[in-house]
Design a protein around this ligand. Structure first.
Ligand code: NDP
Length: 449
């Protein structure tokens, strides 16, 4: 890293010393954009990097709600409005007990680059709460969402900031959040949230979009290296929204998915995972993945006993981490490489630790970086917003076709930028460079703001 980049990183580390995930996300970007910085002395003159790493605004708030036993519970809510240079802040809400400012800031920072790559007019933001939706009744979820929105509503709007789902926030939570927003505002502003149910303004194919988009990206990446998904063995961590629809599209492309997981452990079914059973366990019953064995007794279950998920010990051609940040460690990367992995596609945000990514790239594994490979979700959210503005719906096929075109474009952009800046085949660098250039151009055009 040149002197300017190093000094910015040092300052970020100093100012945010208790935010390791945020520092990790910033470091990864700064390490790859040096060739662009070298070409543009005006970026240093206008402190462009210092500005890009500082969120425009952080909102932290109290979320009090009453549980089913009548006890008042207090959670902490967040919304980080990171950058509006390209459009209204856009990014999901995460409800998970480990949510803190570092996690929300890293997600917000990643989001501005991801959104830039989609080619659509959306800025970057992220939010959430340390609320744990597991084992809560529907009524508790509703009361929490209503309280959360009672503060958040004043900071969002369809041209201001448009939240969506993420871990722990799906169509049910978006519904409760939307209902409360509409009640407070006394107006139907459909585009204020995305990931809505189809019956009141959601987009067909939004639920499937992140997982499908990941597979479109991986398919394009494999194609560029004369490979296909057909007959490849695939392992997918997680069994939530992204994982389930990545699995569905991988199967459609002729791949064989042999393992999936949740935070407790993973199932391995060498005959191929039965996706309808996973959907029933996770989307309907909201149970642990272990119960898969009740329907498929020949499958195996491996309990998670350390930070290294047992799923990465399984031999596979393609590994798709689709659960959470830093879930694929250097140890796991070594196992994947030893087992001959061909490609890793990041469905989750920052699922590989920095040393895992470095190791995979050094060993010529194809890496589809999260910012690019999971951008299909937010791209389809932008398509949902445009349908809300038009008061009009596209068919499932129309949305999927748009999503596919966007993902092909994103891959092409990553490939071309990697080639142009001397790192052919390194799509991590290609994605960061392409997104950074777009953001930097916008920032230069809009003056010091
Ligand atoms: P869901 O809540 O639907 O599913 C999350 C899955 O990951 C669950 O199987 C969950 O298991 C597992 N998981 C969550 N936290 C951990 C943890 N700390 N350790 C191990 N496993 C964990 O979330 P999504 O599928 O929506 O999101 C998954 C990832 O994809 C996240 O990184 C998210 O930021 C990213 N993403 C999501 C998009 C979307 O459109 N939904 C768009 C772009 C990125 P358990 O049930 O046991 O907690």
């Amino acid at each position: 890293m040149n002197e300017y980049l190093s000094s910015v990183l040092e300052e970020v580390e100093k100012k945010n010393s208790n935010e390791p995930e945020f520092i990790q996300a910033v470091r990864e970007v700064l390490q790859t954009v040096e060739p662009v910085i070298d070409k543009h002395p005006e970026f240093k003159q206008t402190s462009l990097l210092e500005r890009i790493v500082e969120p425009e605004r952080i909102i932290v708030f109290r979320v009090p709600w009453i549980n089913d036993n009548g006890k008042v519970v207090v959670n902490r809510g967040y919304r980080v409005q990171f950058s509006s240079v390209i459009g209204p802040y856009k990014g999901g809400l995460r409800f998970h007990p480990n949510v803190n400012q570092s996690i929300i800031k890293f997600l917000g920072f990643e989001q501005i680059f991801k959104n830039a790559l989609t080619g659509l007019p959306i800025g970057g933001g992220k939010g959430g709460s340390d609320f744990d939706p597991k084992r809560k009744s529907d009524n508790e979820i509703m009361r929490f969402c209503q309280s959360y929105m009672t503060e958040l509503y004043r900071h969002i709007g369809q041209d201001v900031d448009v939240p969506a789902g993420d871990i722990g926030v799906g169509a049910r939570e978006i519904g409760y959040l939307f209902g409360q927003y509409k009640r407070i505002r006394n107006a139907y502003e459909g585009g204020v949230l995305t990931g809505k149910a189809i019956c009141y303004g959601g987009s067909l194919a939004r639920k499937e979009a992140t997982g499908y988009g990941l597979i479109f990206y991986v398919r394009e990446m494999l194609k560029a290296h004369n490979e296909t998904l057909k007959d490849k063995t695939v392992t997918i961590s997680g069994s939530g929204n992204v994982a389930i629809y990545a699995c569905e599209k991988a199967l459609e492309n002729g791949a064989k998915v042999v393992a999936m997981s949740d935070s407790n452990g993973c199932i391995y079914d060498p005959n191929g995972i039965k996706l309808d059973i996973i959907k029933e366990i996770k989307e309907i019953k909201r149970e642990r993945i272990k119960t898969y064995l009740q329907s498929c007794p020949n499958a195996q279950y491996f309990e998670r006993t350390s930070e290294d998920s047992p799923i990465w010990d399984i031999k596979t051609d393609i590994a798709l981490p689709c659960a959470t940040q830093n879930e694929l460690t250097l140890n796991s990367a070594k196992k994947l490489v030893a087992n001959g992995v061909l490609a890793v596609g990041e469905g989750a945000n920052m699922p590989c630790t920095q040393s895992a990514t470095d190791f995979l790239l050094e060993n010529k594994v194809l890496v589809a970086p999260a910012k690019a490979a999971n951008a299909g979700g937010v791209a389809t959210s932008a398509i949902e917003m445009s349908q809300n503005s038009m008061r009009f719906y596209y068919t499932f096929e129309e949305v999927e076709a748009k999503l596919e075109r966007i993902m092909i474009n994103i891959f092409d952009t990553c490939r071309k930028n990697a080639e142009e800046y001397g790192c052919t085949g390194n799509y991590v660098a290609g994605a960061n460079i392409a997104a950074f250039k777009k953001l930097a151009d916008g920032m230069m055009a809009q003056g010091i703001v």
